[in-house]
Design a protein around this ligand. Structure first.
Ligand SMILES: [Zn+2]
Length: 427
């Protein structure tokens, strides 16, 4: 971190491997001319890339800004005159020579100041564009909130409003990438999957306590992104999160605690939803289908039989009651659903279609998850218990919990599913 850099900017680094030159006309005798492109919200200067590719980046940035304004619920027109100087660099020394990059300012990926951002050109157009948007969000946060906020919020917001699909004026931000191929070199899900496999998933409380300097740790960036999605995809949390971001607490270390205070009554549900989210999210995750209905007010099961439909086109579904330690629960299921239409409808029953798999389990298989009512862990979550229901199954409950069900399918392929299974719960 350069000595001349204000403390407010310490959260703006993004991990990566700097790539110099890239063979994009980096001829030692005659380096390519600096090119500039003027947009509405960005003046872009670069020492590489074609004029067409730079114009595309400018279009993408200008297309993202109104989406950021809407997402942050700023009064319409707030950002009409907001503009940054941006530098997409192959060879940082050339920008030092021209006075565009302050002496002593070094970073592997990108950096933001209130009205200036720098990005190292990356190995994919996607990732270069992603970083340009990411650093743009940092600059915007400083402009609007006076600070980027604590590290998890700063990087979560910049990732969330930087991850995108489309190019140029078709860019749409705040999406969950459909596939690895859609976001070359971004790599966040690879790290999160690895941590899942190792049972090293942090609690949301641990994420909110990340140190201010994340030391460009890609895992911390990933969990911060997931945390901020959780806190903005559920409307009731979004209201609290955006409201707190617009108070002076965003400029202090007390921000996370103040946000949790706003959500005090909901926090056990935030923690429970986090536990499900971090176990589920991957390429193709569809927020429209993955909201989980849970309430602290869900009654404790009174022992009377319950029958409920678990839908094939939705993610995890609670049956609406909580269970207490010592309860013996007999679960059975019947019914049929279709889980694909190509080339013809695949009809499945609770054991699943055993010739097709998603996540190592047959498509169409009914799954049950025991979700604790309380998150007792401080740093790392205990793994969830997820079982299959192929025939009548008995569960002996050993802690206060919900039972959640879902019909196994690829995360990005729930939209063409129909029907579901009727699940019966009895003593
Ligand atoms: Zn950042």
């Amino acid at each position: 971190m350069g000595r001349s850099v204000p403390a407010i900017l310490t959260a703006t680094l993004l991990l990566g491997i700097a790539s110099f030159g890239n063979g994009r006309g980096a001829n030692a005798e005659e380096p390519p001319k600096m090119q500039t492109v003027q947009g509405k919200h960005i003046a872009l200067k670069s020492d590489g890339g074609t004029m067409e590719s730079l114009q595309e980046l400018v279009q993408a940035f200008d297309t993202a800004v109104p989406q950021w304004e809407r997402f942050l619920e700023l009064p319409a027109g707030t950002l009409a005159l907001w503009k940054v100087d941006a530098f997409v660099m192959d060879q940082p020394d050339r920008f030092r020579d021209s006075g565009d990059l302050p002496e002593g300012l070094e970073f592997p990926f990108g950096f933001a100041m209130p009205d200036r951002i720098w990005v190292m050109r990356q190995q994919s157009d996607y990732y270069t564009r992603h970083l340009l948007l990411h650093e743009g969000v940092h600059a915007l946060a400083i402009n609007q909130f006076g600070s980027t906020g604590p590290s998890w919020f700063a990087e979560g917001l910049a990732e969330m409003l930087g991850v995108h699909q489309g190019v140029g004026n078709t860019v749409e931000v705040n999406v969950v990438p459909q596939s690895r191929n859609a976001v070359p070199f971004w790599g966040r899900f690879k790290m999160l999957s690895q941590r899942r496999a190792e049972n090293r998933i942090p609690t949301i409380d641990a994420v909110l306590q990340y140190p201010q300097d994340l030391k460009s740790d890609v895992e911390a960036y990933g969990w911060s992104w997931v945390a901020l999605m959780l806190l903005t995809q559920y409307p009731e949390y979004r209201v609290a999160t955006l409201a707190e971001a617009k108070t002076p607490s965003i400029q202090t270390a007390g921000f996370s605690a103040a946000l949790k205070r706003r959500l005090t009554g909901d926090w056990p549900i935030v923690q429970a939803r986090w536990r499900m989210l971090v176990n589920t999210i991957d390429y193709g995750f569809d927020w429209q289908r993955e909201h989980i209905e849970l309430s602290i007010k869900d009654p404790v099961w009174n022992g009377r039989p319950i029958q409920t439909l678990i839908k094939a086109d939705q993610g995890w579904q609670s049956i609406g009651v909580r269970f207490a330690p010592g309860m013996r629960v007999k679960i059975s299921a019947h019914g049929r659903c279709t889980i694909n239409n190509d080339p013809k409808p695949w009809v499945s029953e609770p054991p699943g279609v055993t010739i097709h798999y998603a996540g190592d389990r047959p498509l169409g298989q009914l799954l049950v998850c025991i979700l604790p009512n309380r998150t007792q862990e401080g740093q790392l979550l205990e793994p969830l218990s997820i079982q299959t229901i192929e025939s009548a199954t008995e569960i002996v409950v050993d802690q206060h919990c919900w039972l959640l069900f879902r019909i196994n399918d690829h995360l990005d392929d729930l939209g063409n599913n129909q029907g579901g299974y009727t699940v019966s719960i009895q003593r």
